[in-house]
Design a protein. Structure first.
Length: 336
């Protein structure tokens, strides 16, 4: 996982929306982890205007050896939306809501984050990035938007063209990084066309057989649920609340809106496999869990999937392994 530090240039009236966009960027992929900085920064400016090169130098001097994205509410001297460099990117949200929305400010920030992540991943200079530029715009992430309203074409398209993808691979960009950017762009596209994805970045939905006071139920109560809670996630299961809607409708809604899916697959249950298939079908991040002696009984289709195991009755082990898994793979931890 690539750790990216996100800074807010203060004063900034859009701090809440920036944090919301960062949370959604993390929720939509698992290659990059965007970590909000503990402190804000105050970029040097001249009469309220910032210079991209000077801002990058200031950021690099203060945060040496870190990959940084900084979001400012001030405009650039050259009237650009953003500037991307090898180690940092600076994004301006100046007057987006007043002059360019819709799409929403959140969608715009997500779009600019997607654009910034690739040069940070592949160590690309601004000169190298200019070789990707499309002019006139074609609905690609790398469009040059001489008319600032043209940025909406790329946002509605939510696309990275095959030519740009090929050049980025030649530059040495990791394929998983490209897939992560595609996922962020898909969120941008849905929001830009008025069908926003509703994802709770701090939620996990648990798929498992329902039972009471047995090994299966105890593993959930004292292992799965506590482990997910330890790392700051809200835990949901289809039987937690009583609603008038049908159970499958509720399950599908939980799958769509949850960031993570945890599936306990060590008991033969058609509902579990059906719901697991639904989660995989919409590209959710799925963690499989099995009691260690039962993993040999898993269907052949699942045996090639990585599965977290625990010893029967050792719920503390299960809890700790869940915490470690999400800490290692998603940057989540007990202090979040």
């Amino acid at each position: 996982m690539k750790d990216i530090l996100v800074l807010i240039d203060e004063p900034n009236e859009y701090s809440y929306r920036i944090r919301d966009a960062v949370a959604l960027a993390n929720a939509s992929q698992n290659y990059f982890y965007l970590r909000m900085g503990d402190k804000s920064i105050q970029l040097t400016h001249h009469e309220g205007l910032i210079n991209g090169n000077l801002a990058a130098r200031q950021i690099n001097d203060s945060y040496n050896q870190k990959k940084v994205i900084c979001v400012s509410s001030r405009p650039f001297e050259d009237n650009w939306f953003s500037h991307e460099y090898r180690d940092c990117a600076v994004i301006s949200v100046y007057y987006w809501e007043e002059h360019f929305a819709p799409p929403s400010l959140r969608a715009y920030i997500l779009y600019q984050i997607a654009q910034a992540l690739l040069p940070l991943e592949a160590d690309l200079s601004e000169e190298m990035l200019l070789r990707l530029v499309h002019e006139p715009p074609v609905g690609c992430l790398d469009d040059f938007v001489g008319d600032k309203q043209d940025i909406k074409l790329g946002m509605v398209s939510g696309n990275m063209c095959l030519k740009c993808e090929g050049l980025l691979l030649q530059y040495g960009t990791n394929r998983n990084a490209l897939e992560a950017v595609r996922r962020i762009l898909a969120v941008v596209r849905d929001e830009a066309i008025g069908r926003p994805q509703i994802i709770d970045p701090s939620s996990a939905f648990v798929i498992m057989r329902f039972s009471q006071n047995d090994e299966n139920d105890n593993a959930y109560k004292y292992g799965v649920k506590l482990g997910l809670t330890d790392i700051g996630l809200k835990v949901r299961r289809a039987d937690d609340t009583v609603q008038s809607s049908q159970i499958l409708d509720k399950v599908f809604q939980h799958i769509k809106t949850s960031r993570f899916i945890v599936a306990k697959v060590d008991t033969e249950n058609l509902n579990v496999y059906f719901e697991l298939g639904a989660a995989m079908g919409v590209s959710k991040e799925v963690l499989l869990i099995s009691e260690s002696t039962l993993i040999v009984n898993l269907p052949s289709d699942l045996r090639n999937w990585e599965c977290l195991t625990y010893n029967k009755g050792d719920y503390e082990q299960l809890r700790n392994r869940i915490v470690q898994f999400y800490k290692n793979n998603y940057g989540l931890g007990l202090l979040q």
